[in-house]
Design a protein around this ligand. Structure first.
Ligand SMILES: C[S@@+](CC[C@H](N)C(=O)[O-])C[C@H]1O[C@@H](n2cnc3c(N)ncnc32)[C@H](O)[C@@H]1O
Length: 274
């Protein structure tokens, strides 16, 4: 039985008993770090502020940078003008698959998310749910009116993944607030058609139906304090207020079975994990 506020179907409800995680937090962290490091290295002409203001970041990536520079020279690549790969290609090269938004295979379901290249084994982080993170006591009423992108976590935390209107303005504003000088502490590119973190399209995953079973589930992930500062620019979530410091809540989408190229991702809006 759903609580009254979830009956209208605009907010996803997660039963209390759905508490086990499909994969460990360590595995989630490892995947995110692997991808974000690859994006950082691929995009290093944009990272000069980190290298000049935080020498320890430079020394951490020195070896990788040298390899990248050598590679770029051999293929005649000019760092001032462009990236070596686009973010989807970095995702494919790093995790062996890429995903993108496209018209859903379900009639009248609007946009969905598809595996466009490669293969995604069971138990893989295949996407992230971007958006502003609200604690259960924080005001979300106006943002939630008619908003199908509000996600409710097990502990009552909400994530607003709408990339339009007031939700978009709130995310941008919080992101500017938390920026440390030139360093962005979150990714805002998911609000645009050109994403910088190619996983950050999970809010467009559609609900399963009688002939399309769920092939992913949602899993919460709290970003640990020691998460590298230079990689926070790829995190597609931001806290609404920072009065009481809490770890940043992210939600990742984990595959429930092997998923082949061309398949659409489907979740079950009423559960996070099995
Ligand atoms: C979070 S959005 C998902 C992205 C959405 N498809 C879009 O284009 O914006 C949720 C909305 O997608 C649509 N949707 C999701 N799953 C569906 C399904 N199985 N059948 C029809 N519509 C669906 C409903 O309109 C729902 O309110």
């Amino acid at each position: 039985m759903l609580p009254p506020e979830f009956k209208k179907g605009t907010i996803r409800y997660v039963p209390e008993e759905s508490k086990d995680k499909t994969i460990s937090d360590e595995d989630v962290l490892e995947t995110l770090l692997k991808l974000f490091k690859a994006l950082f290295i691929n995009d290093f002409n944009r990272q000069m502020d980190f290298f000049s203001l935080l020498p320890e970041v430079k020394s951490k990536y020195l070896e990788l940078l040298t390899v990248q520079l050598k590679k770029s020279k051999t293929i005649g690549y000019n760092h001032q003008s462009q990236n070596t790969f686009n973010p989807e290609e970095v995702l494919f090269n790093t995790l062996g698959f890429s995903i993108t938004r496209d018209r859903s295979s379900l009639i009248s379901a609007g946009t969905g998310v598809f595996v466009t290249n490669g293969f995604v084994p069971k138990g893989t982080v295949v996407s992230m749910y971007p958006g502003t993170v609200y604690q259960k006591y924080e005001p979300i009423f106006f943002q939630s009116i008619g908003n199908p992108f509000i996600f409710r976590c097990i502990d009552g935390v909400f994530i607003d993944g709408n990339d339009k209107g007031i939700s978009k303005a709130v995310y941008r504003s919080c992101s500017k607030r938390d920026q440390l000088g030139p360093f962005q502490m979150s990714d805002i590119s998911w609000l645009t058609p050109t994403v910088q973190n190619p996983l950050a399209v999970g809010q467009y995953v559609n609900n399963c139906s009688h002939n399309k079973a769920a092939n992913i589930c949602y899993q919460e992930f709290d970003v640990p304090e020691y998460f590298p500062i230079e990689l926070k620019q790829y995190l597609p979530n931001i806290t609404y207020s920072y009065d009481i410091p809490t770890p940043l809540r992210c939600v990742v989408l984990v595959t429930l079975r092997d998923i082949e190229q061309g398949e659409e991702l489907f979740s079950n809006y009423y559960t996070i994990v099995n």
